[in-house]
Design a protein around this ligand. Structure first.
Ligand code: ADP
Ligand code: MG
Length: 471
């Protein structure tokens, strides 16, 4: 399609040729005034001038039109094309100013507009991308309802939490999505009252229970107009579980402390009520009181130990540790208990195996495992300690021929205060914290603990540790 400018130029050219033709005709009219000869000559001259003028007019107007086309119309055509491209969103389009024969402000202005638009659209795309990344990586589920009450935005966390996909949710109202009833009620409330609401909801599904922190708020635009509502959902199941663990722990500690304290209190009162006058009873009761206070002492020591290990900032003192020497030290510590039960210990440990670890903490681990092996075994049985190394790993096993542990008990064995046989553990002076401490210490070393057991046959604990400490 020809532009307005091209048409204008062609119109100018036609007008010019008409003017010049007119001039020719007029000139042709006047020439006979100067002619002296016959009419024929006059007519010939008349036609000759007419055709000549016409030809000159045509050539002249063609020349001028072409010049005008090149100089004015074509650049304007080009600029129109570029402007149209820009209008259609192609902000990279530019007018080639170097090809223009004169300093064209319009071309420069068009290019400036294009580059401004390009910059703005880049910024907008970046902003959009940033917002999208933020929404997708916020770690909470996000759901937005537009003014019409239907979903217009949700993120991946939300999709995963409720097993929904964008396609099946966008455009639906909150009642049609199939959200848990407690969340539906909260959304309805925010819609009705246009006020912020935050709540913790418990969600029961067929296989498990979860807890969500739900926050709903109306979205108000800069001019104060209502744009919809936003709902942010955060899974706090793990937090609630940790809170339960903490509560259980406090309850367990109180219970564990109460038992020896009650005992000490009871025996002291009985003594004060007159029993202390009987020397035999006095001795017996004082021995019980001593045993109970020893237990209390052990319990408090283990509790302090555990809280120390769990505290942030706890660190190990790494050094080169000779595994055999470390195990010998641990065996020396438990030797009395071993002798009392007439038990035997067999150690198969390479002489020169050196690992990078915290020697004191490893002794603690081994003492705990060996004490358990002694406490939960019959007299005259054997405990075997084996150490092997492979690649960057050392495996230390403690195997006993003791009472063994039922398979179903194994997963909970490393929990604090978990004991298979409470009475037996108490009798042997156990606090129920030994294996929890072992697990923590081994994991801080970058290792892991495994346990295998057969009821009535025996138990094997395996400690896997890296030989070199990865800083
Ligand atoms: N070698 C073992 N043989 C049998 N049972 C064991 C053995 N080691 C641990 N257990 C069981 O695991 C429980 C937890 O052990 P632990 O944390 O050391 O606590 P504690 O020995 O103070 O009771 C023990 O009460 C016991 O029931
Ligand atoms: Mg123990």
């Amino acid at each position: 399609m020809k532009s307005l400018y091209s048409r204008l130029v062609i119109a100018c050219a036609v007008l010019l040729s008409v003017l010049l033709t007119g001039l020719g005709i007029v000139l042709g009219q006047f020439f006979p005034l100067f002619a002296e000869d016959s009419d024929l000559l006059l007519q010939r001259q008349y036609w000759f001038f007419l055709i000549l003028t016409l030809a000159i007019a045509f050539v002249l107007s063609l020349f001028i039109a072409t010049r005008m086309m090149i100089q004015y119309a074509r650049p304007i055509d080009d600029m129109t094309k570029i402007a149209t491209q820009i209008a259609h969103g192609d902000y990279l389009a530019r007018v080639q100013t170097s090809e223009l024969e004169y300093d064209n402000d319009l071309a420069k202005a068009i290019n400036k507009i294009a580059s401004n638009l390009q910059e703005m659209s880049t910024m907008q795309a970046m902003e959009k991308e940033r917002l999208k990344t933020l929404i997708e990586s916020m770690g909470s589920g996000l759901l937005m309802f537009g003014r019409g009450g239907t979903v217009n935005l949700l993120n991946e966390v939300f999709e995963k939490t409720f097993g929904l996909s964008k396609n099946e949710v966008v455009g639906k109202t909150f009642k049609d999505i199939g959200l848990p009833i407690a969340i539906e009620n909260l959304i309805e409330d925010v819609f009705m009252k246009e006020q912020v609401r935050a709540e913790q909801v418990k969600i029961d599904s067929s296989d498990h229970q979860s807890y969500m922190s739900v926050y709903g708020a109306p979205v108000i635009g800069i001019h104060g107009n209502w744009l919809g509502i936003v709902v942010v959902i955060h899974d706090i199941t793990e937090l609630v579980r940790l809170e339960e663990v903490r509560k259980d722990f406090v309850a367990n500690v109180s219970h564990e402390l109460r038992t020896p304290v009650t005992s000490i209190k009871g025996f002291t009162e009985t003594l004060l009520d007159g029993a202390m006058d009987e020397p035999v009873i006095l001795k017996e009761f004082l021995e019980i009181i001593q045993k109970e206070s020893d237990r209390l002492h052990l319990l408090i020591d283990d509790l302090l130990e555990l809280s120390g290990i769990e505290r942030e900032g706890f660190s190990l003192t790494y050094a080169a540790v000779n595994v055999k020497e470390m195990i010998d030290d641990a065996m020396r510590i438990v030797s009395r208990g071993m002798e009392q039960k007439k038990m035997r210990i067999v150690a198969e440990v390479p002489e020169d195996l050196i690992i990078e670890a915290d020697a004191g903490r490893l002794i603690q681990v081994m003492v705990n495992l060996l004490s358990n092996a002694i406490n939960y075994s019959k007299e005259k049985t054997t405990v075997t300690v084996t150490v092997t190394s492979f690649m960057n790993e050392v495996v230390m096993t403690v195997r006993d021929q003791g009472i063994g542990i039922e398979q179903s008990e194994l997963p909970r064995l490393f929990e604090r205060f978990y004991r298979v046989d409470r009475a037996r553990s108490r009798d042997s002076g156990g606090t129920g914290l030994g294996l929890a401490i072992v697990k923590h210490l081994v994991e801080i070393h970058g290792g892991r603990v495994e346990v295998e057991s057969k009821l009535g046959v025996g138990t094997t604990f395996c400690i896997h540790l890296p030989i070199l400490h990865n800083k």
